[in-house]
Design a protein around this ligand. Structure first.
Ligand SMILES: Nc1nc2c(ncn2[C@@H]2O[C@H](COP(=O)(O)OP(=O)(O)O)[C@@H](O)[C@H]2O)c(=O)[nH]1
Ligand SMILES: Nc1ncnc2c1ncn2[C@@H]1O[C@H](COP(=O)(O)OP(=O)(O)O)[C@@H](O)[C@H]1O
Length: 218
């Protein structure tokens, strides 16, 4: 899908889907928010979920919050690129906004789990870049979940119990970032993003540009 970058000449690019996964509390939402804030060419795929909003979360910003009946309806209508059950709730990535963003030349960021990563990768392997975020330790993961102070202790315990299951999928990802120091981890994420956007295979502008270059008389 075309993505234009204007730095003098117009450079049409094929949009990418950046998938970021981690166990709950490792820091993916914080890293993704900053990446979005710093990159106008990147849109977030705002998922649908049946979980209740946390304090401070807004409809349409973190998620579209819906009930099970509406979720069933969307599944029936084939409205999802992928959907999965995670931590006792259901989540899904809506197809239409993603396809629209890609067709408008944007790259799309997904904060989804390993199941979603597998499903989207199977559908469009050459347009997907997968990044897994690891916590420095399980003790630190627990500390971050408690410090975030948005979930009850029982919910935190359940998320911690599931963390090792999520981590066990690390080798299915193209990149792994160890999120110890936030700024260093963020710099690594930005480097990966920039390098992936610059891949030759995404540069739809290159072949016609080189043809033109070759036809120039010196
Ligand atoms: N497969 C899939 N997973 C999702 C989707 N949206 C969110 N998730 C994952 O669901 C898990 C729980 O997310 P959330 O309830 O926001 O808690 P968090 O892990 O603390 O950010 C995380 O691993 C998310 O990456 C989605 O649309 N599809
Ligand atoms: N590198 C880091 N060092 C310390 N705290 C962090 C770091 N990265 C994220 N956090 C904090 O940890 C908590 C969980 O981060 P969050 O981005 O919500 O994780 P996730 O989306 O993976 O569940 C938040 O309070 C966040 O501010």
């Amino acid at each position: 899908m075309p993505n234009t970058e204007t730095t003098g000449t117009q450079r049409i690019k094929r949009g990418l889907m950046l998938i970021v996964s981690s166990p709950s509390g490792a820091g993916k939402t914080s890293l993704c928010r900053r990446l979005m804030a710093d990159h106008a060419d990147l849109d977030l795929s705002t998922s649908v979920t049946t979980r209740k909003p946390r304090p401070g979360e807004q409809e349409g910003r973190e998620y579209h919050f819906i009930d099970d009946a509406r979720m069933d309806k969307l599944v029936k209508e084939d409205a999802f690129l992928e959907h999965a059950a995670v931590h006792d709730h259901r989540y899904g990535s809506l197809r239409e906004p993603v396809e629209r963003a890609l067709s408008q030349g944007q790259n799309v960021l997904f904060d989804i789990d390993w199941q979603g990563a597998q499903r989207i990768s199977a559908k469009a392997p050459s347009d997907v870049v997968r990044i897994f975020i690891l916590p420095p330790s399980m003790v630190e993961l627990k500390r971050r979940l408690i410090a975030r102070a948005q979930d009850e202790m029982a919910v935190i315990e359940r998320r911690l119990q599931r963390a090792k299951g999520e981590i066990s999928h690390w080798a299915e990802y193209d990149y792994v970032i160890l999120n110890d120091d936030f700024d260093r981890s963020y710099a690594e994420l930005v480097h990966i993003y920039h390098a992936e956007v610059a891949r030759r295979s995404r540069g739809l502008w290159i072949a016609p540009f080189v043809d033109e270059l070759m036809s120039e008389t010196i």
